[in-house]
Design a protein around this ligand. Structure first.
Ligand SMILES: C[S@@+](CC[C@H](N)C(=O)[O-])C[C@H]1O[C@@H](n2cnc3c(N)ncnc32)[C@H](O)[C@@H]1O
Length: 249
């Protein structure tokens, strides 16, 4: 029988009852097992991003990186649950071809049941389109991919493996390319609260905000614009940690 698990990726149940996976290559889970895979995706990325992007008829979303596809799929789930009529354009790079091809065998949460056809299309053809959604999974390097876009994205889900194991997707230069790809009022969400990450964003002119709530550990929202969230006082943080440096290429 065909199955998701290989010697590089293994399914693991997380605390909200949904499955994530463990990556042998990066020695990390794809999601926080404590916060739960679906829970983390919804509370750290989708809900804050959509709350802050109300009133737009189209949303262009960069999902870094596709992985198990939770952020893309939870976006579609949220859109359906809330009967939104916003047109969504989702772009998601992913380096791991074998992972993407095996996703049609992954045990997704029952919340994604109505997305089975989309999951299959993205796993086999890396493309899906209907009247509401256009989704492209790009098999290749996110660093190259993001350079193709200018002033495009309303939302960026920054959900790479941690800065310690995948530093190239957290550097100041990387966030400079991300900034160019975003609209002036775009919103970036990430689980990382590391000062190095926040500094790499701040040094590019992003304002840094705290994403906090009851169901999950603190996370970060960043934007070039002023947002109705608690802003992190970066000058104070730098003063308290004078030796801190952002990651660099
Ligand atoms: C933490 S996982 C993403 C989890 C995903 N957002 C989800 O909801 O399932 C990080 C992903 O980044 C991919 N990756 C690492 N470096 C990359 C790169 N330079 N370009 C594209 N993808 C990369 C890994 O293969 C992995 O699938």
């Amino acid at each position: 029988m065909e199955q998701f698990n290989t010697n590089l990726h293994k399914e693991v149940k997380s605390n909200d009852g949904t499955f994530t996976a463990f990556s042998q290559k990066y020695n990390e889970h794809y999601h926080s097992t404590k916060d739960g895979a679906l829970n983390e995706s919804l509370y750290k990325h989708i809900i804050p991003a959509f709350e802050l992007s109300k009133g737009k008829s189209e949303l262009h979303i960069l999902d870094i990186c596709y992985g198990l596809g939770f952020n893309t799929l939870a976006t579609l789930y949220y859109h359906k649950q809330n009967n939104l009529d916003t047109k969504l354009f989702i772009y998601s790079p992913e380096l791991d071809v074998q992972l993407v091809k095996n996703l049609r065998f992954f045990h997704y949460p029952q919340e994604f049941e109505s997305l089975t056809e989309i999951i299959k299309a993205l796993s086999t053809k890396q493309f899906y389109e209907d009247e509401n959604f256009t989704i492209e999974v790009f098999l290749g390097d996110a660093r190259e991919y993001v350079k193709k876009f200018e002033n495009r994205f309303d939302i960026v889900y920054q959900d790479a493996f941690s800065p310690s194991v995948n530093p190239v997707l957290w550097t100041q230069e990387y966030f400079s390319d991300i900034k160019k790809s975003m609209k002036e009022n775009g919103v970036l969400t990430t689980y990382s609260t590391a000062l190095k990450t926040r500094l790499a964003l701040y040094n590019n002119g992003f304002r840094v905000y705290l994403n906090e709530g009851e169901n999950y550990r603190n996370a970060t929202v960043a934007s070039l614009a002023q947002l109705p969230l608690k802003e992190v006082d970066m000058q104070h943080k730098i003063k308290c940690n004078p030796t801190v440096e952002p990651l660099r290429d």
